[in-house]
Design a binder for this molecule. Structure first.
Ligand code: ZN
Length: 198
């Protein structure tokens, strides 16, 4: 039975299709939206549309940005010869929060997972290899310490080794299976400083 009328039900259904939003949360959000001032709803809808239309991958590091090149890659004070490889833009944000890393990043948008059928060509690896044809001294692999993260780190290091570019892996201290974005800044810095050459 449709208790709410079709438009309300459709709103609840659409919201519950988002990740992490169950039926109850979707209902709560839908009621909240219905009671919001119309201008605020308009603003929210426009913000979502604008972000979806304009946010894309940085032409250098593949992080999400609304410009051709992200602010980190466009910053002349960043050391372009040191590239830290991370799985997601959220991981990049975690390292940026430490304020101590002066190099640039490369965002893979995932990790290799034979179990989930995610192979090397499904992440931004080709883009990384292209960047390495430029003037690069070190690649720091900061993928998560999950099975997928380790598999990816191993794969990348094997790929880069023949180029003669230094490859290092952030130190343990980042707990196994730990998601980088939930780890505090001190631990992240320690992991970065204690990185081991592969
Ligand atoms: Zn960038």
């Amino acid at each position: 039975m449709d208790y709410y009328g079709s438009q309300m039900s459709r709103l609840i259904e659409q919201l519950s299709s988002l990740p992490g939003i169950g039926g109850k949360s979707a209902q709560r959000l839908a009621f909240h939206i219905i009671h919001m001032p119309k201008e605020r709803v308009q603003q929210l809808a426009e913000t979502i549309l604008e972000a979806r239309n304009n946010v894309r991958y940085c032409s250098q590091c593949c992080t999400l940005t609304d410009q051709e090149t992200c602010p980190i890659c466009s910053d002349p004070s960043r050391d372009k010869k040191t590239i830290m490889v991370v799985e997601t833009t959220r991981d990049l944000a975690a390292y940026e929060k430490t304020g101590k890393y002066e190099g640039v990043y490369h965002v893979l948008h995932g990790a290799i997972s034979p179990m989930l059928g995610i192979g090397p060509s499904d992440i931004k690896l080709k883009e990384l290899m292209q960047r390495l044809q430029g003037d690069v001294e070190e690649v720091i692999i900061a993928t998560n310490s999950s099975l997928e993260g380790e598999t990816t780190a191993m794969y990348i290091s094997k790929l880069i080794k023949p180029t003669g570019i230094k490859v290092s892996r952030i130190a343990s201290g980042v707990p196994v299976g730990g998601d980088l974005e939930y780890i505090d800044e001190v631990t992240l810095l320690r992991a970065l400083e204690g990185r081991i050459e592969l």
